[in-house]
Every structure is written in C-alpha cells, then in structure tokens.
Design a protein around this ligand. Sequence first.
Ligand code: SF4
Ligand code: SF4
Length: 463
Amino acid sequence: MEENNTYRDQLSTVDSKGKRVWVFPKKPWGWWYNKRKYLSYVLLAFLFAGPFLRINGQPLLMLNILERHFVILGQTFHPQDFHLFALAMITLVVFIILFTVVFGRLFCGWVCPQTIFMEMVFRRIEYWIEGDWKDQMRLKKAPWNREKILKKGSKNLIFWLISFLIANTFLAYIIGSEALIEIVTSPVTEHFGGFVAIAIFTTVFFAVFSLAREQVCTFICPYGRLQSVLLDKNSLVVAYDHIRGENRGKIRKNEDRQAAEKGDCIDCNLCVNVCPTGIDIRNGTQLECINCTACIDACDHMMEKVGMEKGLVRFASSETIEKKTKFTLTGRAKAYSMVLLGLLVLMSALLITRTDIEATVLRTRGTLFTKMDDVTYSNIYDIAVVNKTNEEAPIHLEILEGNAEISMIGNELLIEARGEHTGKFMILMKKDQMKSGKNELKIGVFNNNQLEETISTTFIGPI
Ligand code: SF4
Ligand code: SF4
C-alpha cells in the first residue's frame, strides 16, 4: 500500500494555504468516554467548590500573588517558604516527566482543565444545540436564517455565561472567595479593577473554548510541545495496532480478508471522525493527540459490529505492538520513580518540620559588648519574626541554655496574623558566668507560651 506521508509535514487543522481547518468531531460515545465523563463530574465539582471549601478556616487553594499570600490545603505559605515552593515545582516537573514517559499524554485527555471544559462542557452544549458533526457542518454553510441566528446566538450566550462562571472561579483562586463575593456584590465603581479582571478573564475563556479550542493543546500548551521529547517507544499511548490493522481495506460481502491480504482495519474512518484534534491515529503517535480515547471507543464499536476482536486501537506502546508483548516499566521509568520518591520524602520532611513562627536572630553588626555595671555586660541583637498563622502571635524570648537574661528594647513582640516584625533586644550576662570571650547560648522563641523555635547564638564578653 502506498503510504500517505502528508501528515508529517502538515497539521491536520491547517490547510496548505495556512488557513485554519475547523474540526467537527463526531459525537463520542462508549466505555472509555463514560469513564471520562464521570471523572469530569468529580473534577468539575472539585474545581468550582475549591475556593469555597475550608480547612481550619482557610481555603483549600489560594494563590494570591498580589498580596504574596498562598494557601495550599489549608496551610498558609509566605515568600519565606520559597524553598518549599521551588522544591514543589521540581517535584511537579519530575512527576510530569515520569508520568509522560510512562503514560504519554494521559493527563491531557483525562485531567487537564482545558480538555475537561472543552470536551465535557462546551462541546456537549454544542452537540445539544447544534446537533452532531454533520448538522454542525450544515449549519456553518447555511445562510444566516432564523434557525442559525437562534442556535448560534443561544450557544454563544451560554458559552459567555459559563466563561463568566469560570472567570469568577479563577479569580476566587487568586484573591479568595470572600474578596470575590465582595467584588460581585458591591457597585462597579468600588471595585473597578476587579470587574475589569473578571471581564478580561471571561473574554479569554470564551475565546479559548469557542475559537482557539484544540489549537491551545497543539500550539500554546508547553506540556503538549514537551511530549515529543519525553515519549519513547515504551511509553503507553493511544495507538493503532498497524501490525494487525494493515493492509487496511473496506469490508466486502463474503470476502476472505486473509486471502485478500487485508488486515483488520476496515477503513471506516470512524476513528478519524471522532477525533477532537482532527488527526488520523493510524498514522502513529502525533503531536496533536491528547489521549482522549474517543478513537478507541469508536474503533471498538466498529470491531464489535463486524464481529472482530476489540482493541485494534488501544492503550499500548509501540514496542508492545511491534513485539506483541505486555507493557512493562522500563529502566528509565524506574530511575525517574526513585528520584520522584526521594523528592517526595524530602518535601514531606520539610512540610512536617515547618514551624508556624519563623525567627532569625543576629548579633547587631558592628557591636561588641557594653559594660552595664561592675559585673554585668550586654550584647545587642536584631530579631526578625514571621508569623505564618492566621492569628495574632504574642512572642516572647527565653534563654534556654546559658546563664544570661533577655531584655527587650522597645515594644513587646505582638505580631499580626500573617505579619512580620523586626526589632532589637539585649542579652545581659554577668562576668563570672562567662566561660570565654565567646559564650554559646540557646534562645527559645515562644508563641502563647509554646516553644516554636530554638535559636543558637553567641555572647561576646571581655574575657
Ligand atoms: S487520536 Fe484518538 S486519542 Fe488522540 S486525540 Fe484523536 S481521538 Fe483522541
Ligand atoms: S475505526 Fe478502526 S476500523 Fe475504522 S478506520 Fe479506524 S482503525 Fe480502522
């Protein structure tokens, strides 16, 4: 059979003149689609409820970049926790690499919010209003009559409303649900910036889901672009079993396909018709494929219909198709798993040992010691305390090791919720208690009489 290689040089959604080819995918159905549908209900419920769910009075997730206030799973994080953020990012990147190496773009088809909203919300509304793919094509070509105005108008109105809802939710993840409710329930003039942000987000989401669609996954998403360097012949992807399927050929009544040297692919094109990215999976793994499994369902349906074994298109690696073996984890995947495990252990240890109060104590630069009276000497120290809790923190310091006394300079350390405080204090030590010119001390930082941190420092004396 003569191979058609045009797909290697040309995107399925762009014609030879560079013009967008609009994809009209056939309505998907089947076992995999149902599983994705149920998962999408859970994910959507979680996504919309996220900003309103509370753990210890704190949101599940809030990433307030403007006020540098971050809450993840009810835990408040500050810019001082940047090392945790950096480590979490590294862990995430390793996880993505590992996951992609082993499972291809499974994330894109099943969990990515872009696909969930596009295929499980906007596309389904489109099928409901405009009908299946052929009706949509017909409607596109039809003149602007009453039916077209009504269908396109109502669809776009619903798309705008959902985009508005998504924009509000998105903003709630940034500024918090209380701040969002205040913006929405106050006059526009009081929160003009907030309303502008909602309007911009709404327009962007509308443009993404009504116009850009699969182009986001193909051109814009960096993860999509990464997959071509991460996948190898052992990665699990949605794949066409070309050994079994070729030579493809239409079904003919009473024909012996084996004798006619035909494979199991009956060239019905159903796998192509259902593809939301407009590709032909029979050409092999391609950049556009988001592993949505619509072609698996379509082909399984067709195989059942003609009495052949299902699985001509299935989750498989190219290695298992070539060698007709079972899927196993490669050495590379195992190595990535070990690195990932190490990072997760480190991350957990840092999170467990993370304190609510973080204090830094340094002897004031350029000072040595001051003689207070015949027997007592003092050193001056700078203290910086960060309160990571959501309540006011009355801080006091105590000497835990060493014979000395603390004397605060200025106000007591009463630090507001999620606030920071810098101040000075003195340590007084009697000469006969000094062991050398440099005496080791341990200072306890207490919040509400509870020891939060122990800090080691030195006291310089005249000996
Ligand atoms: S080729 Fe199949 S799995 Fe990939 S995007 Fe198209 S329908 Fe989905
Ligand atoms: S759905 Fe299956 S049988 Fe039909 S063209 Fe695709 S691979 Fe071939």
